[in-house]
Design a protein around this ligand. Structure first.
Ligand SMILES: [Zn+2]
Length: 105
């Protein structure tokens, strides 16, 4: 039982970014002007998919950095950003009543 895979298959052919991966990884983003790289919205970083293709995407998802980023994005970050935005908005209105005229209430 030998595998039929010939070493010929292991040609150095670069994988290109596949937009369909985005439906599977919602943090994935295309890098404009660089088809062999993908961007992670959570980590704000880019990584190469040129050698491993989709495998590079799934292995990025397993990195500590990414897991940490997705955890904080899921819990505190979103809520924090949401609250900060509202607190700032309220503070602006409360501290400078004149400014509230500018906003359409
Ligand atoms: Zn990431």
């Amino acid at each position: 039982m030998e595998s039929e895979e010939s070493p010929e298959k292991k040609k150095r052919r670069l994988c290109l970014y596949n937009v369909q991966w985005e439906s599977e990884f919602d943090w994935l983003q295309k890098v404009v002007g660089n088809a062999t790289h993908a961007k992670c919205k959570l980590c704000c970083c880019t990584f190469s998919v040129g050698f491993d293709g989709k495998h590079a995407v799934s292995s990025h998802e397993k990195t500590k950095k990414h897991i940490h980023a997705s955890e904080s994005a899921a819990s505190s970050h979103t809520l924090k950003a949401f609250l900060q935005h509202h607190v700032q908005f309220l503070a602006t209105r409360l501290l400078s009543p004149k400014l509230s005229r500018c906003t359409t209430a």
